[in-house]
Every structure is written in C-alpha cells, then in structure tokens.
Design a protein around this ligand. Structure first.
Ligand code: GSH
Length: 208
C-alpha cells in the first residue's frame, strides 16, 4: 500500500489527487509542520523535513512533481500523462514542471516573507523580485488558457494538477490576483470529483 506523508494544505494534494484520479489505494499520514517537535519516524523518511513524501514498498520519494511522475509511470498508463508522441506532450511537460519550478517555488518567497519574516524584513528585494517573476510566468498560463480549457490542451492532465496547486497557493496565501480565465480554469479543475475526494482525505489526515 502506498503511504503519502502530507499536510492539509501542502503539495501532498498533488500526489493524493493523482492517486484519486487513478483509483489507487493509499494511506495518508499527516505531518504538522508547525509543531515544535518532529516525529522521528517522519524525519527518517525525509531528514530534509519538507512535504510531501511517499513510501511504496522499498521506494521512498520526495518532490511532488517527481512523485506524480513516479505514480503515473509505475501504475499507468493513465490519461493524466500524455505519451511522448501525443501532440499534447510538449505543453504537458512544460506546465507540469512550471507548476512547481516556475510558479510554486517562487511563490513561496513572498509567501514566507509575508507570514514568517520579522516585520522589518517583510517587504524585501528578493520577495519583490520573486513576485514579479511569478507575475511574468503567469502570462504563459493565461495565454495557454485563452486557447484551451486545460494547460496541455483539450483534456485534463497531471500538468493541471501541478498548475492548479500553484494558482491556489498564490491566490489563497500570497496575494496574487487571478484573472477571470484563471478563475474559470480553477473552477473546472477543482470541480472534479477526484479533487474533492483528495481534499476530503487530506483534511481527514489531520484528525488521524
Ligand atoms: N519542490 C518541493 C517543495 C516542497 C515544499 O516546499 N514543501 C512545503 C510544504 S507544501 C514544506 O514542507 N515546507 C517546509 C520547508 O521546506 O521547510 C515539492 O514540490 O515537493
């Protein structure tokens, strides 16, 4: 059985959403990132102490996009992952990675500056630079969604799972203002039954 180590609002939702879309069974273990002390069992899984991680037999992995690729590669094929000869593949690959490397990673800088930095360090050059980078990268998302309902084209893929997490993170926790096109897109992606199940399971994880 696959175990996902995650949190209520963490990138573990990407792994759990893929598992729900693929109908695969899994356990979810909640890690409280705000707790003063860490469960040694968790640190044995990821001494780097960031979420998410998965265990699958003797496989232990971190990095949410790599985990999604592992799950789809190991337990697919799945329509979430277009084949390399599919015309959707280049856009799929680009936005799958942009969701984390180009968006969520950079969004974390103004996010943590705004919430965690000492008052006098909140408005800093690095956070402003990262915010501007995100704004420019969002133009690529906006341009793609002006022409297609999903970031890889006509159908929903794991690239949408990656980008949806980033857009939600930016809008809900870092003050990014989304346009109508992006908001309609989020309504489409988060309206999926598998997303709702993933969210429910992630919240249940807190109570176990
Ligand atoms: N690139 C990593 C980012 C992981 C990450 O930043 N996770 C957050 C939670 S969503 C975290 O655990 N942050 C705490 C920390 O890094 O100290 C991924 O996609 O998994």
């Amino acid at each position: 059985m696959i175990t996902v180590w995650g949190g209520q609002t963490s990138r573990s939702i990407r792994a759990v959403w893929v598992l729900e879309e693929m109908g695969l069974p899994y356990n979810l273990k909640h890690v409280d990132m705000l707790a003063e002390e860490r469960d040694p069992a968790w640190l044995a899984i990821n001494p780097g102490d960031f979420l998410p991680a998965i265990q699958d037999g003797d496989v232990t992995m971190v990095e949410s996009v790599a985990i999604m690729e592992y799950l789809m590669g190991r337990y697919g094929p799945t329509p979430l992952q277009p084949a390399p000869d599919d015309h959707a593949f280049p856009a799929y690959q680009q936005f799958l990675h942009m969701g984390e490397a180009g968006l969520a990673t950079l969004i974390m800088v103004p996010l943590v500056s705004g919430f965690l930095a000492p008052e006098e360090e909140r408005d800093n050059w690095g956070a402003r630079w990262a915010r501007e980078c995100v704004e420019r990268r969002l133009l690529l998302v906006k341009r793609q969604l002006a022409n297609a309902p999903y970031v890889a084209g006509d159908r929903f893929t794991a690239a949408d799972i990656s980008v949806t997490y980033a857009l939600n993170l930016g809008a809900n926790h870092a003050g990014f203002v989304l346009g109508e096109v992006e908001q309609e897109y989020l309504a489409r992606t988060t309206g999926r039954e598998a997303y709702k199940r993933a969210l429910d399971r992630s919240h249940e994880g807190v109570r176990t």
